[in-house]
Design a protein. Structure first.
Lengths: 400, 142
């Protein structure tokens, strides 16, 4: 007999609201169903009502962990549309922030993986070191999480010599500690035993299910947008794409630790070879008519922004495909035939960022089980119709 | 006498429940950072609990989305009395950049009573600690 266990939307293993339904037989998971939409804020619709400059700040708030990924992806796309060439110094600073973000995101993930595996000291260690990265980011941009460094035509803040030395000093400490975690994470017998063989995803499945980022690279597929389709001067910067062929959670851990070590090299290269010059060029308010797709390698995988412009100062359509959404089908495959105790570990191993992924326009009828994909116009009509039935507090004015 | 002990223990060790009601994750990681080695609120007795039935303080981040609306009410109802709500971040206070979106209903106070607001986008971990301490001082006086 099979039983269905609901997990979430509020659950201690999940930091964000998502609902998982597991059909189990004894201890073994037979089927998994991921239900989304708790975090849907209608960001794509908001983009249409705001100017290109205002949209940078909305794009930043798609996700708090990969905020720089979304703004860079968006800003690169807008610059491509308007034919702007950004100064080289600005591109280098973007790379610097991007790599710092990758380090903080991966350290955060390592901690969470340790926590889910029952290795809480590891959790505390990595989060302690993550604070160093947050300090560097605060030093450069003035804020810990939403850096707001990007603007159309370049970056908003420059780096001076004192900041450079400070960052390099911090990096020395970080590198030493990361090396220690690498030894610990790959040699500590109980930790390795807990992670290896959990959440298997074969190379063929990873490709067929369109997995992205470290999940894909841990299945032995050598794919990284930074190498395959370089943006922001990545073609000039020497680095390696880290892969692993163990196809399990251990592999994903190793890939992420190696990527952090690669990021240190990139940051050192960027700081030592930072070209002189301006950090931004003046950008026109209106963007010429056209459409473009912008790709970016976020910490969690490939991030895609599609931008359509109609010649005004507001975009006509902006579509975001966040990396976590690309990893959901693979997660279901990983969960199948696993154990209940492995659910948090497997789910955490894709580094889910639910707020990133919540812009889907899929409506599922629970009674019939049928799924329909709504087109954007249909959804617009639906949302207008829905709005009439909403109860708002009467004294509240909606300024927008 | 018993009431005195209860009040003392409530002030000395408030148990909190963190609920993301549709925010962007930034406030959530800052709240987590407040529990981590650098800020470490656990040393002063503030514990993050897994279930609403154990919690005294509900910490909400993010605006209310249509989908989470019913869940927030349910989580709030499950908490034992007396219960307190802290709205963390600009979204939980008013909706921030998401204001006016078809799926966002505004700040947390549209749905449940809020005792303390902590502004910031996102809030800093020190601000979270400051907010919790201010809430406790308010309780002490009551």
């Amino acid at each position: 007999m099979s039983i269905t266990i609901p997990i979430g939307p509020q659950h201690p293993a999940l930091k964000e609201p998502i609902s998982l339904r597991m059909t189990i037989d004894g201890e073994v998971i037979k089927d998994a169903d991921i239900r989304l939409g708790y975090n849907h804020r209608g960001v794509e619709k908001l983009f249409e009502g705001k100017t290109y400059i205002q949209n940078i700040y909305v794009a930043e708030r798609i996700c708090g962990i990969c905020s720089h990924s979304h703004t860079t992806c968006y800003v690169n796309g807008v610059e491509k549309l308007s034919g702007l060439e950004i100064p080289k110094r600005a591109a280098y600073i973007r790379v610097l922030i991007a790599e710092l973000e990758r380090i903080h995101s991966h350290l955060l993930w390592l901690g969470v993986a340790g926590h889910e595996a029952g290795f809480d000291s590891f959790f505390m260690y990595t989060w302690r070191d993550r604070e160093i990265v947050m300090d560097i980011l605060e030093e450069i941009s003035g804020n810990r999480v939403h850096y707001a460094i990007n603007t159309i035509g370049g970056v908003r803040r420059d780096i001076d010599e004192t900041q450079k030395t400070k960052i390099l000093n911090h990096l020395k400490v970080l590198r030493e500690r990361t090396q220690y975690y690498k030894n610990l994470g790959t040699n500590e017998p109980s930790f390795v035993a807990r992670l290896s063989g959990v959440g298997k995803l074969s190379r063929e499945d990873a490709i067929a299910l369109c997995a992205v980022g470290p999940t894909l690279r841990a299945s032995g597929v050598d794919m990284d947008v930074r190498k395959d389709d370089p943006y922001n001067c990545y073609e000039e910067i020497p680095f390696e794409v880290c892969t692993s062929d163990t196809c399990d959670v251990l592999g994903r851990t190793v890939v992420r630790i190696n990527e952090v070590l690669q990021s240190y090299d990139i940051i050192e290269y960027v700081l030592k070879n930072l070209p002189a010059g301006d950090v931004r060029v003046k950008a026109p308010r209106k963007v010429p008519e056209g459409e473009t797709v912008s790709r970016y390698e976020a910490p969690r995988g490939e991030n895609i922004h599609y931008i359509k412009s109609n010649g005004t100062d507001k975009p006509e359509r902006l579509k975001v495909r966040a990396p976590t959404l690309g990893n959901y089908p693979a997660t279901v495959a990983m969960l199948k035939n696993g154990f209940i105790a492995d659910i948090p570990l497997i789910f955490a191993a894709i580094d889910p960022c639910i707020c990133c992924a919540e812009r889907m326009a899929e409506i599922q009828d629970v009674k019939t089980g049928s799924t329909e994909i709504k087109t954007f116009d249909e959804l617009k009509k639906y949302s207008k119709k829905f709005d009439k039935h909403t109860e708002h507090k009467k004294d509240v004015e909606w300024p927008l | 006498m018993i009431e005195k002990i209860i009040k003392w223990s409530r002030l000395k060790s408030p148990w909190i429940l963190h609920l993301n009601t549709g925010g962007c994750n930034a406030c959530d990681i800052e709240i987590l950072a407040a529990l981590m080695p650098r800020f470490d609120v656990e040393r002063v007795g503030i514990l993050l609990k897994a279930t609403p039935r154990h919690a005294d303080v509900l910490i909400c981040t993010g605006p209310i989305t249509r989908q989470t609306k019913d869940r927030i009410t349910r989580v709030y109802q499950q908490m034992p009395e007396p219960k307190f709500v802290i709205a963390v971040g600009a979204c939980a206070m008013s909706g921030c950049v998401y204001r006016g979106s078809y799926n966002v209903l505004g700040g947390i106070d549209q749905l449940i009573p809020v005792d303390m607001y902590i502004p910031g986008c996102p809030v800093r971990p020190d601000a979270v600690i400051d907010g919790v301490v201010k809430l406790l001082t308010k309780l002490e006086k009551s």
